[in-house]
Design a protein around this ligand. Structure first.
Ligand code: CS2
Length: 488
């Protein structure tokens, strides 16, 4: 079977939407560099940019992996083309052409720097996951992080995204080229503010003049990104090959729902993202809180509790009525009251729609995928709600259940001798090794991991007690999720 690429693209015309500009040899020039071209980027920002390119402009994307050769190996022979499968009540397929090239920073650093320093590159977008920002739990750049240390002290090419961006920005400064606008598309609270502060903190260590220039000129909007985009499996590859009649090395699947809210501070010269459906807002934080708390917090809860109950996918977990009622009560009693929603959002409807999205049978979203990197995700999605509720005298029992389930999930990985995918795997498994199954012993060991739990939480007796109660319930199995749901 022939492969999807610029040559075979024309044969797909009429079968599904394709990037027509490629056929007309009107390939737009690169205007965006994206770091971290995983499934989410390819289902989300690359799709928005594909839609925007229908309106013209030089906004093709140079997609850069920091180290992994996988995306480049799959997509470079395809001229960056791939298929997006939208799997929902209705299914649709589209060939995405917005990715003009795929580079690997560790191997092609000069090319990446050339892209980042070009005056024509106006935007850098990031999906590097929570850990990629190298922040401490106060949300600041962790200057003692080994990779940041290596970049700050080294003369070789940077290995962190922040280090790489700084190098390019300082070249732009010397050449009198305005900084690119950097858009974080990761599920971090206040993502743009944190990113901007991290780049400037790094610059302060390297060059005070550049730091000063960045403090005046660097634009890093906050964003809220949303679309459920599970990892690609063989089934979707076969489905796409059958449909296209050509081989696609790495199609991407996602649900129909897609949302991108960007703080309205972008330079005027921008892709036609608004025509593609992007919402520009004065204040993104309320949207971001709504999404992190009403989608990502329940998602992680399903991932940890669901894995303990041996479910495989979000869909499977959503068939367990007891588990669903735990999550529903968490949402109504503890998450909704924990924040002020955007005025234009009907929070109840929003939340119901999210649970309906979790029930999408066409999307096989593995709980194990969501369970990755818990040490980085929980401080963004669960702990802030706990802190807010404690301050306002609101309940935390179900949120604490999610934390206890995460602890037990780690113990289970340890006992089953299975890999824990988490940057803190080593210290967390070392805690698991000391666990006895008794809440009084185990919970303090976990709460002492201060890179996850800030002292104002780990030393709070109400929090300690709530996690211990939930932990004991899980260990003794006296309590199903529903029993815990009624435990307060
Ligand atoms: C998920 C998210 O993997 C995870 O942790 O909770 O990736 C989730 O699917 C997206 O944020 C949805 O927009």
């Amino acid at each position: 079977m022939k492969q999807l690429n610029n040559q075979t693209l024309a044969s797909l015309n009429g079968k599904l939407p394709i990037p027509g500009y490629r056929l007309a040899e009107q390939q737009p020039q690169i205007g965006i560099v994206h770091i971290g071209p995983g499934a989410f980027f390819r289902g989300h920002q690359a799709w928005y940019t594909e839609q925007a390119l229908q309106f013209g402009g030089d906004w093709a994307i140079s997609a850069v992996s920091m180290r992994s050769p996988d995306v480049s190996q799959a997509l470079s022979p395809q001229d960056g083309l791939y298929t997006l499968a939208v799997l929902d009540a209705e299914q649709s397929y589209q060939v995405i052409g917005s990715v003009a090239e795929v580079l690997i920073a560790s191997e092609q650093y000069q090319q990446v720097q050339a892209r980042l320093t070009a005056a024509t590159t106006k935007y850098v977008t990031l999906t590097i996951t929570e850990k990629g920002y190298c922040l401490n739990n106060a949300g600041k750049l962790d200057l003692s992080h080994p990779q940041i240390q290596q970049d700050l002290n080294g003369t070789a090419q940077p290995i962190t995204a922040v280090g790489m961006l700084f190098s390019a920005l300082s070249v732009r400064y010397q050449a009198n080229i305005a900084p690119f606008c950097v858009i974080s598309c990761d599920n971090l609270t206040d993502n743009g503010h944190k990113l901007r502060a991290a780049i400037i903190a790094y610059a302060e260590q390297k060059d005070a003049t550049v730091a000063n220039w960045l403090a005046q000129q660097l634009i890093c909007p906050c964003t809220m990104v949303d679309s459920i985009t599970p990892a690609t499996d063989d089934a979707i590859k076969t489905q796409v090959a059958d449909l296209l009649g050509v081989q696609d090395n790495w199609p991407i699947k996602r649900e129909a729902f897609v949302q991108w809210v960007i703080e309205d501070v972008l330079p005027a010269d921008r892709p036609a993202w608004q025509q593609a459906g992007v919402i520009y807002a004065q204040d993104v934080s309320a949207f971001e809180k709504a999404k992190l708390r009403l989608l990502n917090a329940p998602h992680s809860t399903l991932a940890y509790v669901g894995s303990l109950l041996s479910y495989e996918t979000v869909y499977d977990a959503m068939q367990d009525q007891q588990l669903v009622s735990l999550v529903e009560q968490m949402i109504t009693d503890e998450l909704m009251p924990s924040f002020k929603a955007p005025a234009e959002l009907d929070v109840k409807q929003y939340s119901q729609d999210i649970l309906a999205r979790f029930r999408n049978p066409a999307i096989r979203h593995l709980l194990s995928q969501i369970a990755w990197d818990g040490s980085q995700k929980l401080p963004m999605r669960i702990l802030p709600a706990i802190t807010d509720n404690l301050a306002q005298g609101q309940p935390i029992a179900k949120l604490a259940y999610a934390i206890a389930a995460w602890c037990r999930f780690i113990v289970k990985r340890y006992n089953d001798n299975e890999k824990l995918v988490d940057p803190l795997a080593e210290p967390l498994l070392a805690v698991a090794a000391k666990c006895s199954g008794k809440a009084q012993i185990d919970v303090p060991l976990f709460l002492a991991v201060d890179t996850v739990f800030p002292p104002e939480l780990s030393l709070n007796p109400e929090f300690q007690q709530a996690v211990a109660t939930a932990y004991q319930h899980i260990v003794t199995r006296q309590a199903t999720p529903a029993a815990v749901a009624g435990a307060r």
